[in-house]
Write a protein that binds this ligand. Sequence first.
Ligand SMILES: Cc1cc2nc3c(=O)[nH]c(=O)nc-3n(C[C@H](O)[C@H](O)[C@H](O)COP(=O)(O)OP(=O)(O)OC[C@H]3O[C@@H](n4cnc5c(N)ncnc54)[C@H](O)[C@@H]3O)c2cc1C
Ligand code: SF4
Ligand code: SF4
Length: 639
Amino acid sequence: MALAAEVVRELKDAFGDRCSTDPLQRLLYGHDQGALPDAIMRVINHQPDAVVQPVDAEELVKLVSLAREHKIPLVPRGSGTSGYGGAIPTRGGIVVDFARMKKVIDIDADARTVTVEPGITWRELDAALQKHGFALPVYPTSAPAATVGGWVAQGGTGIGSFRSGTIRDNVVAVELVTPTGEVQSISGEDLDLVVGLEGITGFITRVTLKIEPFQEDIPVLVAFDTPEDLEKAIARLSGGSDNDSLWSVTLFNPNFVRLKQAATGEKILPEDKYLCMLVARGRVPADLNAVVFESGGAVLNGELARHEWEERFYPLRLKRNGPSIIASEVIVPVDRLARFVGEAERKHKDIAFEGTVARGGQVTLLGLMLGDERKATFALEYSSSIALMDQAKKLGGHYYAAGMYFTDQAEDLFGRDTLEKVVEFKRQQDPHGIMNPGKILPPSMDPNSPIKMLAAAVKTARAGKSVLGSVGRLFAGKGEASGPATDLPAEIAREAFVCAQCGYCRWACTVFDSDPWEGNSPRGKWYLLKEYVKGNLPFDEKLAEALFFCTTCKKCDVVCQLGIDNAEHWLSLRPLLNAKKFENTGLAAVREHVLSTGNFWGVPAEQARRWVPDDIRYAQEGAVAYWPGCWASIVMQNM
Ligand SMILES: Cc1cc2nc3c(=O)[nH]c(=O)nc-3n(C[C@H](O)[C@H](O)[C@H](O)COP(=O)(O)OP(=O)(O)OC[C@H]3O[C@@H](n4cnc5c(N)ncnc54)[C@H](O)[C@@H]3O)c2cc1C
Ligand code: SF4
Ligand code: SF4
């Protein structure tokens, strides 16, 4: 649905530059981290009509009122790092991006809680807490990009879950702007109607989380010969006695290590072992070595452990070998871990696993299979991920999340009672289903569901004799066979598919940091290039402008999960852009600014000198010249 002109006008009046209806931005806010076959995306209206970036709950109250009046879908979005489609529109509407709501509101040392706005990333929050002597009890591996609001809405386990449980166990309260436009404070059991529900019951505008006193993380890396030995150790640790200080337990199979080392070129870990990272806070449990030894494990040297601990945020490095990956995420009870991993490895000899053990002995396993989006077979390969998740169910496990694709698993994940409460909430507060439609609730429980076709396709495939074949056929489409556009350098055309869309580069990017629109980030640039290569986007002025928009500072390269030389690539594209007769409009503007004001931001000279303390005087000559740089002196004067 296109927005009526009066609605667009109202949005622009209310949000100004924080509202975009630009086609490129809309494209960028119509997907998430998962790379799905185009055929799936074609059965839903995944492009928003507008994107807004609120700064407070009050703006959201007004937005909800406008959306209700015109029955416009509203889709909350953190950093788009979830791959379940929760942040993707299903019938257009307005994406609400929380990039400008990132404040730490209060750290309560006595109550041991912190209250924040939803758009702050987990890593930023942990860094802020450490300055006050506190730490997060749990955070996702995607902490450099994922937002607090996003993970609270998505739910799940992460680093620290072994001792501290799921994110649900660590939320004390949330402030919610409901679909009726009320601002409510929610805590206790009522959190069941918010945490893990992917924004279908309202916008999370504040979160109060548990925190704990900071203690040093002590990583111990252990190698096992077989998944059975690994399972034995984890089972004992899960039920063990002296484990209060054992905080995080994660694991990797041999393929994970082999593929990661093939991607990075580093050969430091054994490639034939099942590895387990045990992290204690403060002190190592007294019985840890005995449990490891008695289970057949061997402790690797401390330097390797510390190196791998630093690597905890980078599970997708191996994607470089793909360049695409097919992910499959399940939860299995610890006593089925070895059987599930063994069966999966027999079926898919190259499957890589990363696992997280949570309190109570549940293991979240992320299975990664290499694939290639550019080939026609990709859609078919994708179907094996569903088969793997169904295999986990047979062993007493379940899918990890419902999102948009697996609403038929919602009852398994949330229980019938909770789902019925959600349905009642929606009936009373959101009768037209404007709040993130098509997520969590299966079409059978949601009369407004816009994903009936998608859900029916998955159901038919699952009921058929060959899940693999029928899902593949249903999802296969023309778009998958497109080869690289020939006018891009081959390496750049490939890197567009290598980029994991993890978003780690977003807040590192000088340009994005000052104006947080996805098109300004390296992630956004790679997505646009990929769409161009796939034939979904023309090479026009807008695309050229996005590619030119970079200071070449290389800050993104330092954090890039896939080790992409972003800045070099943007620079190497410039001759092509020039050959295509695109002008760097940014540079032309800079030239004008320098000529008229003497600085490239075009601000008056007095403003450019505001950073200079009163007691410092300019001199025409001197032994030392100090040049603060235009960024520090004009844009970030408190640097
Ligand atoms: C490298 C990598 C590692 C990962 N590691 C983990 C992990 O350890 N554990 C794990 O569980 N997941 C993990 N994930 C998945 C993902 O990062 C998490 O689900 C994450 O917390 C999502 O945060 P986000 O800010 O990107 O949210 P998004 O993906 O933008 O949104 C997720 C859902 O939350 C909703 N939402 C977002 N903000 C709000 C809000 N303010 N109010 C209401 N609803 C909102 C969206 O509509 C959507 O349904 C990983 C992903 C990657 C790429
Ligand atoms: S090199 Fe360009 S894209 Fe990378 S951080 Fe700097 S400005 Fe952003
Ligand atoms: S450029 Fe690197 S850091 Fe940025 S989204 Fe892509 S893989 Fe992640």
